[in-house]
Design a protein around this ligand. Structure first.
Ligand code: SAM
Length: 483
């Protein structure tokens, strides 16, 4: 039976409830009156505390996703843009993945790291190699990494991951520093989550891959990841272990997207109901070509239009959650979806183990690559492209370092303090990037953007302090200011 507060996977992601939701959406997808009401409910509203959004239930959001009326679709896109603008403004946070090891004992049929793939060499970085990777990433300008690792208790035990995190945080040559490490490793125990929390990780990310239990079991035929309940309940254990910020995701293409969409929102509702805080981020990867993997064998691939609509509907349903898109997607696709709700993107990514150090921007090793990267531009090109399109590339990591995690971050969003906090933080970290790493052209565009955008800090005192800090970064050699 469906129970949002249950701690059992099959009760909070309840198959019958999803089927009933899909049935309800089929019956109501042309019900204009209902759809207008849903759009009105989700619209940003001015309250005594600032601007707030009510969000939508999985049923309501599923009706929007199912509706095919072009006029309504435009309204959905417009509303998603307004919500993005209200809570995330034009800031886009930058990060890069760092692959630690591709040893894996699982058999995920869509992933080239699967145990039986003999085409790829297996590799695990030593601490010295990690230091080199981190320096290469810092030399591009990155401040935020997402570490990625196959599941292998012998080759990649939790002690290895913890040691890697320590190495990453302690490698600080020149002005470089990785200030936030997001962790994307397999579902683990409460005790291990506690250790990750003590190692001061940012977000714990785990993609559900699919919420459809029967498909999940077929797609993960063996290995620890086969256990649907253990995987699906991982976020509850992470929160029990003290991790406030967790990131959800579906690997689109594996199952019917409407089923996944309802499941994803039910998972977000569950976290909110049980822990009082929803997901910090939602990722929307699509299956890509990779060694021993042909994405066309999965029947549920989605086109760019549907992909954009899913992003817009997630934005509307969970307005305060960050949304991440990776270099799996092309420049054109990323450009289209940025304004619909994306708040974080990766740049200059390498998905191979040891893909950064020792390679020029044009060279990329393919032997241990996890999947094909569509957007292959350098970080400088991505930063410039974002600014040309009116976005502010941000290297900010302030919130979790200032203890604004979980519901405290959500509270900041809700009371509209973002413009006085995230906005100057984004500009100051962009200034660090321009001063330390940017090409002359990017620097010129960036300096002009900062001069214009600083005027959008509403609080005069904050604005004056930010101006002083910007000057100290530019001319005083100082770094790491934050509000
Ligand atoms: N081993 C951990 C796990 O299984 O959750 C996390 C690391 S895994 C390298 C990161 C993610 O890559 C997976 O959760 C999956 O969604 C994604 N992935 C795997 N194969 C992919 C493919 N062919 N195309 C796109 N993404 C893929």
């Amino acid at each position: 039976m469906y129970d949002v507060k249950s701690l059992k996977a099959e009760e909070f992601i309840n198959h019958e409830e999803i089927l009933e939701t899909l049935d309800y959406t089929e019956k109501n997808k042309d019900n204009r009156e209902l759809i207008e009401k849903i759009l009105e409910k989700a619209a940003p509203k001015k309250t005594g505390r600032g601007v707030e959004c009510a969000g939508l239930s999985h049923r309501e959001a599923s009706v929007l996703l199912a509706c095919e009326d072009p006029e309504i679709k435009e309204k959905i896109f417009d509303l998603a843009k307004r919500i993005k603008e209200a809570f995330y403004g034009n800031r886009i946070v930058m990060f890069a993945p760092l692959y630690l090891s591709n040893y894996c004992v699982n058999q995920c049929v869509y992933c080239p790291y699967h145990l039986k793939n003999k085409e790829i060499p297996r590799r695990k970085l030593t601490q010295e190699e990690i230091r080199k990777e981190v320096i290469a990433l810092q030399d591009m300008g990155h401040k935020r990494l997402a570490i990625e690792c196959g599941e292998d208790p012998v080759n990649n035990p939790i002690e290895y991951v913890l040691e890697c995190i320590h190495t990453i945080y302690s490698s600080k040559p020149k002005n470089g520093a990785i200030r936030r490490v997001t962790v994307n490793i397999a579902a683990t125990t409460v005790e291990n989550f506690r250790k990750l929390k003590e190692a001061e990780i940012g977000t714990y990310i785990l993609f559900q891959e699919t919420y459809h239990k029967e498909s999940y079991e077929k797609l993960h035929p063996a290995g620890p990841k086969h256990d649907y309940a253990y995987h699906t309940e991982a976020m509850d254990r992470a929160m029990e272990g003290g991790i406030d910020d967790v990131g959800l995701g579906v690997l689109f293409g594996l199952e019917m997207y409407r089923y996944e969409f309802a499941g994803l929102l039910m998972h977000a509702e569950h976290l909110e109901a049980v822990h009082g805080v929803g997901p910090h981020t939602i990722s929307i990867p699509r299956v890509k070509k990779a060694s021993d993997i042909d994405p066309s064998v999965f029947d549920n691939g989605i086109d760019d239009d549907t992909f954009a609509k899913i992003i817009a509907c997630i934005r509307i349903a969970v307005p305060y959650t960050g949304m991440i898109i990776s270099t799996r997607e092309s420049e054109e696709c990323r450009e289209k979806v940025l304004e619909l709700g994306i708040s974080q993107i990766s740049g200059a990514s390498r998905t191979s183990v040891g893909g950064y150090a020792g390679y020029s921007p044009e060279e990329r090793p393919h032997d241990t690559e996890q999947f094909d990267v569509s957007d292959q531009r350098s970080l400088d090109e991505v930063v410039k492209w974002l600014m040309d399109a009116g976005h502010i590339p941000s290297f900010c990591t302030a919130c979790y370092r200032a203890g604004r995690t979980g519901d405290r971050f959500m509270a900041l969003c809700k009371v509209g303090q973002i413009q006085n906090c995230c906005h100057p933080n984004a500009l100051m970290t962009l200034q660090e990037y321009l001063t330390d790493y940017a090409s002359p052209e990017t620097k010129k565009i960036g300096e002009a953007l900062i001069a214009k955008e600083i005027e959008n800090v509403p609080n005069e005192k904050t604005k004056q302090t930010a101006l002083k800090y910007l000057q100290e970064i530019r001319e005083g050699g100082k770094r790491d200011f934050r509000f």
